[in-house]
Design a protein around this ligand. Structure first.
Ligand code: ADQ
Length: 744
């Protein structure tokens, strides 16, 4: 409808101009035609007069007039010649043919003949009047008045008028068609160009749109977008440290208090029964460690699988419970899974399939059709829960991790305006490795329902983009890191995750480092000066626990003076114990620990303490503060938060971090002793170096690590993602406005 209106704007003036042209051209054409024919008839009249001159001269000498009469009768047999009249030089009618009008005198004929059209109307129709001199040998003899039929001129004029009207109408139609097509094409080019600009293409590189006439406007739009972005950045305040207040203010201003919904498989609080009492546990999970402080700062709703035995006892009729217990800062909405669903979705597809697939830690992924079915069904149930919780058609949804790869597209199908931020907490492998997943296209298509897709490192982003490039028909714009697939565009970006930096009040409440050292050593029956290294992990084969034990064994072998002087404490939270791969791995760790302890048996201590149980946060903090060294030797890790927790716990600026180069954290924590965990000798040497590192060097390294983690904390992680989401929403709003004003 709008397109028609736009086209009419071109067409109506065009048609008016054509009608005007026809209106002016037709009388002009008539006059011209009349003049041309009158001139022709004049020439013809002269010719007739010249031809008859001799016969008229002889006829004038005949006193009976019979010769002239018979000459005139013969000549006017020509159907175009209506009549002839012979006038004397003094203007007297001497003779005329029978149809010559008797009312026409010689004087009148001379006057009419002098006019440009020289036309009169007689009984048979219009005639042309021409007066021509009849020349004799001695000069002019008389004037011959020739009357010729003029009606054919009118007929021809009529024909010409018709042809002219048809020509103008045809010309109008062709011009209208060209106008419509050109207007339509130009409009498309315009819209494409404007859209490209709104996507930010024109901001960095010159416009690649098909509408060169947009160039002058592009500069203006670019300027306007830059102004808006500057305004946006200014409103965020100076580049200060990110903290809960700043995050809250970001939500209030940039996201205008929009609803925030987090979705993950793992819940942040688990209610369990202990005798008659219900207790609350925090799961050992990097995801929970990172996302929980963000939720506390922003309120909102967290949808997760209710996995605790007493979870159902504490929720309301909508399966909701306010958490943290006693503080009630946000809503936890629990979703219930049957044991079969949990087996297929969580243990099967996510943990036996995607987890080893993405970590490439030499454990074969297992893909079962039934697991995939469960995975899809459970993702759909999470998506339905999001739809049920959404209070508007454009909530901000934070989907977490590899358990929910299909979720973004499922939400997008019903809430096309939602801003979906998906964060992939584990690594993303290269295209070849990912290619072995039988449902690789479906997984990628599901993730590309996200508005923003986050990974810990640029390297994982690059791997993801290359994987999409390999397996999907999608448009990738590398310079802007966007992927357009079907009708959606996703922005792929790295957001290194972190921890909540402890507040001054929290730190003030911690027991002193000396006290922590003493208590931990007492608990393990160790002397006060005993050196301790710690490892804290979920009991998972990707964490490099076995390689770490081998390194400890090599240290004691290579530097035997440490036997009886040094111990390694491994805290391992039971994880995924119902999977055979995990059970056999855990058995192996127990066996290797026993072997090492036997080999380096000493009356004062064990070489390795394996504490295979869940620890509360305070207990872990005490251990971090008591340790001389923290060892993180993941074979492959998205980020790893343990190393950051260790650093945050050391307000005494002491302690040494040994960190695997295959953990995402190694990219920002260069002051650690970075090792290749597969290289046992290198890790053993790093242990030796850490145990003998002078306090001054420890201080220097730890202070630098602490300032990095303090600045790059989890509020910054969430803040950067939400800032990008805010910017994206602003662009979408502008684009929607352009769309609304765009003709259909
Ligand atoms: P995880 O592999 O679970 O998560 P990781 O970064 O190693 O994460 O953090 C584990 C968390 O569990 C830490 O907060 C730690 O304190 C806690 N934890 C470990 N052992 C524990 C125990 N015995 N008792 C209690 N708590 C324990 C995934 C990715 C990581 C990524 C995180 C966050 O695999 O690479 O860093 O998500 O994105």
């Amino acid at each position: 409808m709008n397109t028609l209106r736009l086209q009419l704007r071109f067409l109506i003036p065009l048609l008016l101009a054509l009608v005007m042209a026809a209106y002016l051209a037709l009388p002009l054409m008539d006059r011209l035609t009349l003049r041309w024919f009158a001139r022709d008839l004049n020439l013809r009249g002269s010719l007739v007069t010249q031809t008859l001159a001799d016969s008229v001269s002889e006829g004038l000498q005949d006193t009976t007039d019979a010769r002239l009469q018979s000459l005139f009768d013969r000549v006017v047999q020509d159907e175009r010649l209506v009549g002839l009249g012979l006038c004397s030089l003094s203007g007297e009618m001497l003779r005329h043919s029978p149809r010559f009008p008797s009312s026409l005198t010689c004087e009148q004929a001379a006057q009419i003949s002098a006019q440009s059209d020289a036309e009169i109307r007689i009984e048979g129709g219009p005639v042309h009047v021409g007066e021509h001199v009849v020349m004799g040998e001695g000069g002019p003899l008389a004037n011959l008045v020739v009357l010729q039929d003029f009606s054919f001129v009118e007929r021809r004029s009529e024909d010409t008028r018709q042809y002219l009207i048809i020509l103008i109408a045809g010309l109008g139609a062709v011009m209208a068609l060209i106008t419509v097509v050109v207007a339509q094409l130009s409009w498309r080019g315009w819209v494409q160009g404007t859209r490209a600009l709104l996507r930010g293409e024109g901001l960095i590189s010159p416009m690649v749109s098909s509408a060169p006439e947009l160039q002058p406007l592009a500069a203006e739009l670019r300027q306007r977008l830059r102004d808006l972005e500057d305004e946006y950045r200014r409103s965020l305040g100076p580049e200060a440290v990110w903290d809960p207040d700043r995050l809250r203010s970001l939500l209030r201003t940039q996201l205008r208090g929009d609803q925030l919904i987090v979705v993950s498989n793992r819940e942040p609080y688990i209610h369990e029964k202990e005798g008659d009492k219900i207790i609350v546990k925090r799961p050992a999970s990097g995801l929970v460690t990172a996302v929980e402080p963000v939720m506390r700062a922003c309120s909102g709703t967290w949808i997760a699988h209710g996995s605790g035995h007493a979870d159902a006892l504490v929720v309301d009729e909508h399966d909701r419970v306010m958490v943290p217990p006693g503080k009630n800062e946000y809503t936890l909405k629990r979703l219930w899974l049957t044991p079969e669903e949990e087996r297929g979705f969580y243990y099967g597809f996510a943990n036996e399939g995607l987890w080893p697939l993405c970590h490439v830690a030499h454990v074969r992924p297992v893909f079962r059709e039934s697991d995939w079915q469960h995975y899809r069904e459970v993702n759909q149930r999470f998506a339905d829960a999001v739809l049920a919780e959404a209070r508007s058609d454009d909530p901000v949804v934070l989907a977490q991790d590899c358990h929910l790869a299909s979720l973004p597209a499922m939400i997008r199908a019903h809430l096309p305006r939602a801003t979906i931020l998906t964060f992939w907490h584990i690594p993303w492998p290269n295209p070849e490795s990912f290619g072995i997943c039988p449902w690789r296209e479906e997984i990628l298509a599901g993730l590309l329902g996200s508005t923003i897709l986050g990974f810990h490192t640029r390297f994982h982003c690059k791997n993801f983009i290359e994987t999409v490039d390999r397996y999907l028909q999608a448009r990738i714009e590398h310079e802007h890191s966007t992927i357009s697939f079907r009708d959606d565009t996703s922005f792929v970006e790295s957001y290194p995750i972190s921890i909540a930096w402890p507040s001054d009040a929290e730190v003030a409440a911690w027991p002193a480092v000396a006290l922590c050292r003493e208590q931990v050593r007492q608990r393990l029956h160790l002397p006060a000066e005993h050196k301790l290294a710690v490892g804290v992990d979920r009991f998972d084969y990707t964490k490099g626990i076995l390689e770490r034990l081998h390194a400890v064994e090599r240290l004691l072998e290579k530097y035997p003076e440490w036997v009886g002087q040094f111990s390694f404490v491994q805290v391992a939270a039971p994880s995924r114990g119902s999977l055979e791969e995990y059970r056999s791995f855990q058995d192996r760790i127990h066996a290797v620990t026993a072997r090492i302890n036997q080999r380096f048996e000493h009356p004062a201590c064990q070489a390795v303490y394996l504490l295979a149980e869940h620890h509360e946060h305070d207990a872990l903090n005490e251990l971090y503060r008591a340790a001389d060294v923290c060892v993180v030797t993941s074979l492959h890790d998205g980020m790893n938060l343990v190393c950051k927790e260790f650093v945050a716990a050391r307000d005494d600026d002491q302690g040494v971090l040994i960190l695997s180069r295959f953990a995402g954290a190694a990219r920002e924590m260069g002051q650690a002793l970075v090792v290749n965990p597969y290289h046992v000798e290198e890790t053993a040497d790093a242990l030796q170096r850490a145990l003998t590192m002078p306090a001054a060097e420890q201080h220097e390294r730890m202070a630098s690590l602490r300032s990095t983690v303090r600045e790059f904390n989890v509020y910054r992680w969430a803040g950067r993602m939400l800032t990008d989401a805010g910017r994206w929403r602003m662009r979408e709003r502008i684009e929607a406005r352009v769309q609304r004003s765009r003709p259909e």
